[in-house]
Design a binder for this molecule. Structure first.
Ligand code: PEP
Length: 255
């Protein structure tokens, strides 16, 4: 990692998993996050909104950040069932994932909506983790780069503070499947994302945007994926629910 590159970050997306008792997982993470690991990599856990407050209290003093998985674009209003970025910040969240492929698919979220959510994150002082990534069909028809470029241009607001913006490259076909792209394919997409980030935050700042890889990251493949150029960390789904697996991924940075 060169001097001007961001510190790596391993983030866990718990999706719709976890009950109050799951706070014990956070305790195990804190115990397994000693100074030598803290020196190498940041940790972030994004539980369901119901657990953010309890997790933020439990994480206090551990250097583990707590984030959310989605936010409404508006700060408040008649939006039954929704949660705003301001509310998440009030609970202790410091980050929010926006535009995850499951939200794009099941909630029909468009690039414009994802961009509005990233704006909401900025307004509330949260770091936005904007997800992009192609489907299997798009990869097989060699459109992956075009799709990711279009998602970057449509989903990421201009002029974000580079230190408060992360992009997660998550090929849809790799999420929860055990399949992963080759390191060369990851490198190709992350290089494109870095270039596109430059037009959004400015060439001088583009190196500060963290670009995470997500999709079937496990302790067994973490070292190879995290060593790829322009990969500044991982967004982890299934493996983030088990403390030893999540820490096993972070420990890829130890040597
Ligand atoms: C995700 O959903 O963000 C993800 C990367 O899932 P998994 O690690 O389970 O593939």
């Amino acid at each position: 990692m060169s001097a001007d590159r961001p510190r790596p970050l391993v983030a866990g997306n718990w999706k719709m998993h976890g009950l109050k008792s799951s706070v014990q997982v956070l305790h195990a993470l804190a115990v397994g996050y000693p100074p030598e690991l803290k020196a190498k990599v940041d940790l972030l856990v994004c539980p369901p909104a119901t657990l953010i407050h309890a997790f933020a209290l439990q994480a206090h003093g551990s250097d583990i950040a707590i984030g959310a998985q989605d936010a409404h674009a508006e700060a408040s209003g008649a939006y039954t069932g929704n949660v705003s970025a301001e509310m998440l910040a009030d609970l202790g969240a410091t980050h929010v994932i926006v535009g995850h492929s499951e939200r794009r698919a099941y909630h029909r979220e468009t690039d414009a909506e994802v961009r509005a959510k990233a704006e909401a994150a900025r307004r509330a002082g949260l770091t936005a983790i904007v997800c992009v990534g192609e489907t299997r069909e798009e990869r097989e028809s060699e459109r992956a780069l075009d799709v990711v470029r279009a998602q970057m241009r449509g989903s990421v607001p201009e002029g974000m503070d580079a230190s408060r913006l992360m992009i997660a490259y998550e090929p849809v076909w790799a999420i929860g499947t055990g399949l992963t792209p080759t390191p060369a394919d990851v490198a190709e997409v992350h290089t494109l994302i870095r270039e596109e980030a430059g037009t959004l935050v400015g060439a001088a700042e583009q190196g500060r945007v963290r670009i995470l890889y997500g999709g079937s990251v496990k302790p067994a493949n973490a070292k190879e994926l995290l060593a790829v150029e322009n990969v500044d960390g991982a967004l982890v789904g299934g493996a983030s629910l088990v403390a030893t697996d999540f820490l096993g991924i972070a420990r890829a940075y130890l040597d």
